[in-house]
Design a protein around this ligand. Structure first.
Ligand code: PHE
Length: 489
């Protein structure tokens, strides 16, 4: 049997995990979800979600990976054989995510090219929707495949294949520069954004809390979904990375570092986006909430606007900005593919050499769907259903399983044994009560809302497709559990 892979240094692991966490989730998804849920109205749920579920669950996943020395399905199977499907469900969710995530990276490749000539011109919004996406009239019309995006998609997959080919060895070789440099450029974007006229308007929208909105469930579930997405929780990424850790590696401190780096980056990126949004509102003579109808394309409109407004060398800033978006997202993409591929390697003892090309090819072909003219809508719909329902469900189950079946106190003792920072009883309370209760409630409320009203402004049948997707993943996870693995035969 092959030896389990190992990180050589603690920093390899930390960087890989931060790389997994920080990605499009921080600079693209966080701002648009925040925008959709009313800016400041979203920040409180977001930070509450971070503290009550994000950080405790990062610790939990690192603990699970370290103890069981396996990816999510095998790890849960070792707690109870019948629980293996939860792990598979996590991997299937991450599969949906890497299918569309790489397409968004495909957009970024195109924007990298556009920034050479600032091709988006004076109206980045019209450019994004009409010239670039050639958006169809709705999710019912897929239209043609957009070949420019396909090229970007292919580049992303080739790149991540190269990253993953030799496992932890090749990952840790590349990870350092793709994690550290992006920050610097973000600083430049923030400064540029803040100095645009009207910036304050955007910041007010971003930072003014709206306590009334806290009574709705929407922002709460979205906040948990966003925290999960951004920290790469409930998708097996952290579990698998942590399973490559040598014995006696720290958990609690690493968890704080990863979580705070991630949330800090998202919060910071918000300044770049919202200040620019304020500027857009001012020039268009609109109120901030009306600048864009669906927030989803936000980043691809606000950043180009800010880039065009650079006082000098705008194309240069454009190029480095999109290079940095790519370097930010590539290590997230590999952290989506690795747990998925490792699920098969762990259970059926397939060789990496065999599994990886298949997964990469599948990822590329599956992504084609999202490169169509209607693909944009489907990314939105799939993203919503996966993050809001599957991820929160898996997170809920993780908390319940570790909290009650494995026992929170036992996990905490284990974590404290190896950690520099000792965690207290509060952790048990989060894992056993707060996380499951909040997740459970918001899950049910959101479900009720979507069942009665449907998701977004889309035609009703798309909501049914969303639920069908969730069901399909559920069934598949049970099927994967019931196929016999190698060690059991
Ligand atoms: N957390 C990553 C981001 O913010 C995305 C991601 C999702 C990574 C799922 C791994 C697993 O971009």
């Amino acid at each position: 049997m092959e030896e389990r892979e190992r990180w050589k240094r603690r920093s390899d692991f930390i960087f890989a995990s931060i790389g997994a966490a920080i990605g499009l989730g921080n600079v693209w998804r966080f701002p648009y979800v925040t925008y959709q849920y009313g800016g400041g109205a979203f920040l409180i749920p977001y930070f509450v979600a971070l503290i009550t579920a994000g950080i405790p669950l990062v610790m939990l996943e690192l603990g699970v990976g370290r103890i069981f020395q396996a990816g999510a399905p095998q790890a849960f199977a070792r707690i109870r054989k019948k629980l293996e499907w939860i792990g598979w469900l996590a991997l299937l969710a991450v599969m949906i995510i890497f299918l569309y995530y790489s397409v968004i990276m495909g957009w970024v490749w195109n924007y990298l090219y556009y920034s050479l000539k600032l091709s988006w011109g004076a109206d980045p919004k019209a450019f994004f929707y009409n010239n670039f996406l050639k958006l169809s009239s709705g999710p019912g019309t897929l239209g043609a495949i957009n070949w420019a995006i396909v090229i970007g998609l292919a580049l992303s997959w080739l790149w991540s294949y190269n990253y993953l080919r030799r496992g932890t060895k090749s990952i840790s070789k590349e990870i350092y520069w793709t994690v550290t440099i992006p920050w610097m450029i973000l600083v430049i974007m923030v400064i540029r954004g803040l100095t645009l006229p009207g910036a304050v308007k955007g910041l007010n929208y971003y930072l003014t809390p709206n306590f009334k909105a806290l009574l709705n469930t929407g922002p709460w579930l979205a906040a948990y979904g966003q925290v999960f997405f951004s920290l790469s929780l409930a998708m097996g990424s952290l579990i698998i990375y942590s399973s490559y850790l040598p014995k006696e590696s720290d958990i609690a401190n690493n968890a704080f570092i990863i979580s705070l780096a991630d949330a800090g980056t998202a919060f910071f990126a918000g300044f770049a986006v919202f200040s620019t949004l304020g500027y857009l509102a001012q020039t268009m003579g609109l109120e901030v909430p009306n600048v864009i109808s669906s927030g989803f394309g936000l980043a691809f409109i606000t950043y180009p606007t800010a880039i065009s407004k650079m006082p000098f060398a705008a194309p240069f800033f454009g190029v480095i900005f999109f290079v940095l978006l790519l370097t930010l997202s590539i290590d997230s993409q590999i952290s989506q593919v690795e747990p998925f591929a490792a699920g098969f390697m762990d259970k059926w003892k397939f060789a990496r050499k065999k599994v990886l090309p298949v997964v990469v090819l599948f990822g590329f072909l599956g992504g084609l769907f999202f490169t169509t003219q209607g693909g944009y809508y489907w990314i939105d719909i799939f993203d919503y259903f996966t993050c809001s329902f599957v991820l929160t469900f898996v997170g809920l189950m993780e908390a319940v399983i570790v909290g009650y079946v494995f026992k929170a106190s036992r996990m905490r003792e284990y974590i404290n044994e190896v950690s520099e920072i000792k965690i207290g009883k509060w952790w048990d309370i989060c894992v056993k009560f707060i996380t499951p209760i909040i997740l459970g409630f918001s899950f049910i409320w959101e479900l009720k809302k979507v069942v009665t009203k449907g998701y977004g402004d889309y035609p009703r049948w798309t909501t049914n497709v969303g639920f069908a997707l969730v069901l399909l993943l559920l069934v598949l996870s049970i099927v994967l559990m019931s196929i016999k693995g190698k060690e059991e035969q």
